[in-house]
Ligand binder design. Structure first.
Ligand code: ATP
Ligand code: MG
Length: 297
């Protein structure tokens, strides 16, 4: 039997007249990574904040390791770490000072705080920048410090809200490695992202949030399968992608599609057949014209 560290049942949340979450159901298996994928304003941060007990849902409930986020708030807070979308570290302090402060606030003695800080600075590759003010940190260094600060106390469940947004490729990769290490140590991680590549690389399961609903969930492979087994990509003579068309890859369907393309596009257009990317899946699943019924089918 799968044990779920995070159970979300029927969560709804409105801000004024705007319904942001409209009945979210989701489970995250213990020790696994779930990526919540969604465009700007989809409600990813709102859901993370509800799960982190920062505010309650209007309806529905959520449990962390069996504890309700509303009625057992203190227990839940002892089980989770949160790295928010916006930095929670003090810019005027150095990385070292931020970590020491968090360690002391968490109840460690001065000696324990120094030891823990030294270990985290090492683990997150921040030893060289330890005594610089955070104000002078690069985006990647800040995110690593954010993550280090949230891991001052070991907790079984970690929420990461857009851990790599705005980072360059190298910093992103470094952070991915660090997240994968946390996963290997058995942490249950729920992360939000707008990057399909990130979701595919880090997550055991992906849930796509759009229009207040989870419009699809499953492994990257299963989601890709929903878009068709192959994608026909049509390019102009200047090599720009004009259209992508999902297909089951059968001769019959490909021939039919090519006939349509031939009638509509210039004769010097070229086509390639490729496997669907997560981007294709994302576009297909979050397209505004898609009805709720169709997307849940
Ligand atoms: N405290 C609030 N009061 C009013 N509206 C809010 C509040 N917090 C969020 N919203 C609205 O709820 C919607 C969802 O916001 P949320 O921050 O959860 O989205 P998101 O998926 O995290 O987006 P992003 O990718 O930009 O971080 C947005 O339209 C936002 O304006
Ligand atoms: Mg957000």
């Amino acid at each position: 039997m799968t044990i779920h560290s995070i159970e979300i049942a029927g969560i709804r949340k409105k801000f004024g007249e705007q319904t942001v979450l409209d009945g979210i159901h989701l489970n995250v298996a213990k020790g696994s990574v779930l990526a919540l994928l969604g465009p700007n304003g989809a409600g990813k941060t709102t859901l993370i904040h509800i799960l982190s007990t920062l505010f309650p849902p209007d309806e529905g409930n959520a449990r962390i390791e069996g504890h309700d986020v509303v009625t057992a708030r203190d227990e839940v807070r002892r089980l989770i770490s949160l790295t928010g979308q916006f930095a929670a570290v003090d810019e005027v302090l150095t990385g070292y000072e931020n970590l020491i402060m968090m360690c002391r606030l968490s109840g460690l003695s001065a000696a324990q705080a120094r030891a823990q800080t030294a270990e985290l600075l090492k683990r997150f590759d921040l030893e060289g920048a330890a005594h610089k003010r955070v104000k002078a940190y690069s985006g990647g260094m800040r995110r690593r410090l954010d993550l280090a600060v949230s891991l001052v106390v070991r907790r079984p469940v970690l929420f990461l809200d857009e851990p790599t947004t705005g980072l360059d490729t190298v910093s992103r990769r470094t952070l991915w490695d660090m997240i994968l290490q946390l996963k290997q140590q058995g942490m249950t991680i729920l992360l939000t992202t707008q990057y399909l590549e990130e979701a595919e690389l880090l997550a055991d399961e992906i849930a796509v949030l759009n229009g207040g609903h989870i419009v699809a969930s499953g492994t990257a492979a299963a989601l890709k399968a929903r878009v068709g087994s192959e994608v026909i990509e049509l390019r102009s003579s200047s090599d720009e992608v004009i259209r992508t068309i999902p297909t089951d890859g059968s001769v019959q369907h490909v021939r039919h599609t090519l006939n349509e393309i031939a009638a509509l596009y210039p004769a010097d257009s070229t086509i390639t057949l490729r496997k669907p990317s997560m981007d294709d899946v994302f576009v297909a699943l979050t397209a505004p014209q898609q009805s709720k019924e169709a997307s849940l089918a």
